[in-house]
Design a protein around this ligand. Structure first.
Ligand code: SF4
Length: 180
């Protein structure tokens, strides 16, 4: 089985390995959203709802341009959500897509099995670029023992909705409190 790094190196430029897309999601963030589920995840959280997204091969190759067109083609969409799979295993093309979505007036939610603090320490410029194009980061692995179906946009209580811009301003993780 391919690892994340090999899979990433073999991807053509401006291209993502995608497990699937949802054109009009209402469960992956606020408003109507275009959700991109990337293929490949190294975390293997017990109880994961998307185990078919774990292998780093398979899925479908889609260009950034194609994905952007799906977003801009529907004026009712508020933004995009990157989920998976692990978006931070394909950070370059997702950062590019996030930048273009911002230019088109949309916002960006991004799910990750890493914590915000782990991502901050990652020296990979593409990882930092994707973090920089993320408005709200839903961070941390899915923990079955902390599963809570009442949480907004999250599966387990350890996961946080991080306001990335505010966190960068304050130098600490600042959470959105949608459930209060
Ligand atoms: S990070 Fe997400 S996709 Fe990956 S194993 Fe955990 S729950 Fe599943």
């Amino acid at each position: 089985m391919q690892d994340a790094e090999t899979a990433r190196e073999q991807l053509p430029a401006h291209t993502l390995r995608v497990a699937g897309v949802v054109d009009d999601s209402i469960v992956d963030g606020p408003g109507l959203r275009f959700s991109v589920f990337v293929q490949g995840c190294p975390h293997h959280c017990p109880g994961c709802h998307n185990p078919q997204t774990h292998p780093f091969e398979g899925g479908t190759l889609m260009t950034v341009e194609e994905l952007l067109g799906r977003f801009t083609g529907n004026p009712l969409l508020r933004g995009v959500t990157f989920s998976g799979g692990e978006p931070f295993c394909q950070p370059g093309p997702l950062a590019e897509l996030g930048r273009l979505v911002h230019e088109a007036g949309g916002d960006v939610y991004c799910y990750t099995g890493y914590t915000y603090e782990q991502l901050l320490q990652n020296p990979d410029p593409d990882v930092q670029a994707l973090l920089g194009e993320t408005d709200v980061l839903v961070d941390g692995p899915f923990l079955l023992e902390q599963r809570d179906l009442t949480l907004t946009f999250r599966g387990s209580a350890n996961q946080r909705l991080i306001d990335v811009k505010e966190s960068q301003r304050q130098g600490r993780a600042v959470e959105l409190r949608l459930d209060d």
